[in-house]
Design a protein around this ligand. Sequence first.
Ligand code: ADP
Length: 306
Amino acid sequence: MIELIDVSKLYDQKTHALHHVSFKVDAGEFVFLIGESGAGKSTMIKLLTREERPTSGTVILDNFDVSRMKKKFVPFLRRKIGMVFQDFRLIESKTVFENVAFAMEIVGAPKDLIERRVPIVLSVVGLRHKEDNYPSELSGGEAQRVAIARAMVNNPRLILADEPTGNLDRHNSEAIMALLDDINKAGTTVVACTHDLEMVERMNKRVIELHRGRVIRDDPPSILADPAQNMVPVHPQISSEMRELLDDDQYRVASEEILVENAQEFYVPDINELRQQVTSDSRRRRHPKINSRRQINEESRDNNGQ
Ligand code: ADP
């Protein structure tokens, strides 16, 4: 899912944010990224989302070479990622429903799919009853649950959470972590940066620790941990609805196809084979984005029987 190969990042030719970092995260893993302030955690996230490029080394995400990808393909890459931030980053002028729906609108999802998925995802995070409220009317824990709903509504391959519990009390932090754990158990890879070492201890996941830009620890979950210590979902309805949502592969596949069709040059395995395929399909080469998106939207409408 993620591979960093000898990645270094130098800001302003003097600040070494990352030094020769290499690690791999498999699909379906839950990984905590820890380290003191300034250790390089945010830089790592920014490299994965292509907000920053490495000074040297390679960043691979779901078989795409993120470090060398052209700027115009970055939006397609970002569809693979659901982001969760410490400060929630909800749009204050939109309701809860509209905030989540907006994430689907910007990737061109059809209206009927939006109206079907947003209520489900809000139920998953236990906030269906708040769909008409505005962010200013929510508690911190609720706002972060909306942010998680928004992050997962497009069925991303990966959820990147940057200090997701940094502004929350202990009760809400547990609820958020339990939710991320549930999303992970339903198949989505999760990488979470955190300062909350007590939480890391209790969650018993793989831990990668950075210190001054270097990986100084990479521990797998302890197999000796008592499973009873693991937190249980706060909302009992989560599991069945989560599964329903994440099993909706039609939507994920649609996003994937758009990405593959538009980013052949950056697909790491069989890159030459892909290039040849594309060259032989001149029609697709002429209007890749428009054709594929329209076709996928139409197909998903047809498949929904609407
Ligand atoms: P963390 O998220 O672990 O607190 P960061 O990745 O934000 O760490 O920062 C790592 C180092 O890189 C720090 O020394 C920080 O000051 C520096 N840094 C981060 N972003 C920038 C930037 N845009 N320009 C210059 N230096 C930066």
